[in-house]
Design a protein around this ligand. Structure first.
Ligand code: HEC
Length: 433
């Protein structure tokens, strides 16, 4: 017998022989126990490193053996329950870019490492991991920061919108986006909305009505209907991203950017923040893109999306033929009756949401999944890039389906709205023609 075979293997072999199973093939030789430096460190660096660093959004760093070893049981529980890393999209739906989730094998490896003692191993075995963060913004041509520092005053969550000047004097196309949290320990997400020149006054009025810098906003930028175009969004752990080659979102001179920041104070104290966003800009693109939220117009009207008190699974589903309505909504950017390509998708509900899904209902009566969030968590909203763009043709329908649980004691009837106690059900797509 070879020297390195573990004792447990020998025991199994002996037991099997004792049971008269000796005619069976010998059991496979057990792999040596996983070690931190060889097996675990590269995984933790890649899948956890964007957040679990000193000063990061996560409440503790996972950068050293001692830190990971100390928390090994909590780590095992969090990865097995798929709570960590936060990645809400179900990979059975479709393939996403920069998928941060752990595979079954990786979860098993972490679990085995914990159960077999959490050995450190030899630092010489350390392999260079693929690096903490994938994707990334390749070029930052314009950086826009909050006009002043802002320190959140509500705990644990505050949603604040800031109106930022757009300095360019020619038409530009935003072809990539990244958020740069001023204080990473409290910035939970950033969404940049585009206020076109004729929409600017509405946002300035909201800003002027609030004496502090910016104004309170929750579900969206604070405008009823929530159909304002997005420029980009950012969540912790992301290094930003370029939009698909040759595409970009048009911004006219005289526009503004409305930046929504979600501050969360559950892991750190309030402190002054001056978050900024970086964008890659082009003076022309082959394909103009839009990033647009979609919902049933009837939901947005008063009472049109009723979520009665006392019901544990309220479902609303709406599907629409995307192509014909687009030319209107995009103000002529998209041509009527021509296929569009969806490159990324996001879902949005508020805090009663339990699960949600976006699908393409093909004219041919088949259904294709675009985005599936089986366990909705308001705290971890993100836009998911599709590994391959999906073409939607005239006659195909896009379906948005949301589920809510409104059965908690003291529940009130809920419907569509911008407030924390209201709900929404939106799909947002980055699309080109
Ligand atoms: C996108 C940022 C992010 C990434 C990536 C991430 N975490 Fe976390 N983690 C957090 C935050 C923030 C918390 C605090 C709880 C919360 O807000 O959900 C947390 C909490 C935890 C906890 C405590 C959970 C509990 O029960 O309270 C563990 C354990 C953990 N993370 C392990 C990991 C591991 C292991 C990875 C990688 C496999 C990972 N995390 C990746 C942000 C992240």
């Amino acid at each position: 017998m070879r020297r390195w075979v573990g004792t447990s293997t020998i025991l199994i072999a002996v037991l099997l022989t004792a049971c008269g199973e000796s005619t069976e093939a010998p059991p496979p030789l057990e792999a040596p126990p996983p070690t931190y430096h060889r097996d675990i460190a590269p995984l933790v660096q890649e899948k956890c490193g964007g957040c679990h660093v000193e000063g990061g959004i996560a409440p503790f760093p996972l950068q050293r053996y001692s830190e990971v070893f100390l928390l090994r049981t909590a780590i095992q529980a969090a990865v097995k329950a798929r709570i960590m890393p936060p990645w809400m999209a179900d990979s059975d739906c479709t393939e996403y870019l920069h998928d941060r989730s752990l595979s079954d094998e990786q979860i098993e490896l972490i679990s085995r490492w914990v159960e077999e003692g959490g050995a450190e191993g030899d630092v010489a075995e350390a392999t260079a991991g693929p690096g903490p963060i994938q994707g990334g913004l390749s070029r930052a041509d314009l950086e826009l920061a909050l006009p002043v520092e802002y320190s959140p005053t509500r705990s644990p969550d505050e949603y604040r919108c800031f109106v930022l000047d757009w300095p360019e004097s020619e038409v530009r196309y935003v072809s990539g986006f990244r958020g740069n949290p001023g204080r990473p320990s409290i910035v939970h997400h950033v969404i940049a909305f585009l206020a076109r020149p004729d929409e600017v006054a509405t946002f300035q009025a909201l800003d002027a009505a609030d004496p502090e810098p910016g104004y309170t906003c929750f579900g969206g930028p604070g405008v009823a209907g929530n159909t304002v175009t997005w420029l980009g969004s950012w969540v912790p752990g992301s290094n930003g991203s370029d939009y698909p080659g040759g595409t970009g979102i048009r911004v006219d001179p005289g526009s503004k950017v409305v930046l929504q920041i979600h501050y969360n104070l559950s892991g750190a104290n309030a402190a002054p923040d001056r978050t900024s966003i970086s964008m890659r800009l082009e003076s022309s693109v082959q394909k103009v893109a839009i990033m647009q939220p979609w919902a049933n117009p009837a939901w947005v009207r008063d009472g049109g999306m009723s979520i009665p008190a006392g019901q544990a699974d309220v479902r609303h589903r709406f599907s629409f033929d995307l192509v014909p309505v687009l030319s209107n909504v995009t103000r002529g950017v998209f041509r009527d009756n021509e296929p569009i390509t969806v490159h990324s998708a996001a879902l949005h509900m508020h805090t009663l949401g339990t699960r949600a899904r976006l699908e393409i209902e093909r004219k041919t009566a088949t259904t294709e999944c675009l985005l599936d969030i089986p366990r909705w968590d308001f705290h971890w909203q993100a836009s998911y890039g599709l590994a391959e763009g999906k073409v939607v043709k005239p006659g195909d329908r896009i379906a948005v389906e949301c589920h809510w649980d409104n059965s908690q004691p003291g529940a009130k009837d809920v419907s569509w709205g911008e407030g924390t106690e209201d709900e929404m059900c939106l799909g947002t797509f980055y699309m080109t023609q």
